[in-house]
Design a protein. Structure first.
Length: 248
């Protein structure tokens, strides 16, 4: 019966991690530029173990699962139009570049910008927005950005937003809720037919689909409850077995 404990506990652990991922998505449904995560589960590579041990016969059909990683869905979110000049949205597969407070460079789709104390364009709590000449200095909210990301102050060209191509199926590593790093080996060369547009006076909402998340949450919760019930059943069987053996 110990195998029953292992199977049920394995299921409980995995479903708890799925629920944690879904809960984080729901909590960030109103976070600008947030991209949803999906738990990716896999089975332990028992075939490799059998080969290494020289076995040719299978020892059973049960495969224990584990949560391998979280996959970030990079699909486009909808727009919230605010007419606020510091709000900037992107339509297309490119990302803003942010100089983090730790000195590293990150990517983001959150375009709810502000001005820091020195007049630089920044993503609050994350760092300064980068342009072709480094951190972008505007000094005032009275500036304009055209569809290609070129910034004009008093009608004069000042700088251009530094943008990085990231395809929707790229692997990224999240840094907080709004910053990303490209995973090793990610494609960064834009295709020749790539199109994008910069929209001033709007920001991108999260790409969370609440109906989908709630459906996944209910399915994961049912699986979690089933595993918990299975644990109770195995425990009861073991208790009865121990009682009967004690009478013999």
């Amino acid at each position: 019966m110990l195998r029953g404990f292992y199977i049920a506990s394995n299921g409980l652990l995995n479903q708890q991690r799925v629920l944690n991922t879904i809960s984080n998505n729901v909590a960030n449904s109103q976070t600008p530029g947030y991209k949803s995560d999906t738990s990716v589960q896999n089975t332990f590579k028992r075939e490799l173990i059998r080969l290494n041990q020289g076995r040719t016969n299978k020892t059973g059909t049960i495969e224990y699962k584990y949560t391998e990683r979280s996959y970030t869905q990079l699909t486009q979110g909808s727009f919230e139009f605010t007419e606020r000049p510091l709000d900037i949205a992107i339509e297309g597969p490119v990302y803003f570049n942010i100089q983090g407070k730790d000195g590293n460079q990150y990517l983001s789709r959150n375009g709810q910008f502000s001005l820091d104390n020195e007049g630089y364009l920044e993503l609050a709590g994350s760092g300064r927005v980068l342009g072709g000449n480094g951190p972008i200095y505007v000094g005032t909210s009275d500036f304009s950005v055209n569809g290609k990301g070129e910034i004009y102050i008093d009608g004069q060209y000042s700088d251009s937003l530094q943008l990085t191509y990231v395809s929707d199926n790229s692997n990224v590593n999240k840094k907080g809720d709004n910053l990303f790093e490209l995973a090793e080996g990610a494609e960064t060369n834009p295709p020749e037919d790539m199109e994008y547009s910069i929209i001033q006076g709007a920001y991108e909402r999260s790409n969370i689909d609440m109906a989908t998340e709630m459906t996944k949450a209910m399915a994961a919760q049912r699986s979690f409850e089933s595993m918990a019930q299975a644990l109770k059943m195995v425990d009861n069987i073991n208790e009865k077995a121990a009682t009967l053996i004690g009478k013999v």
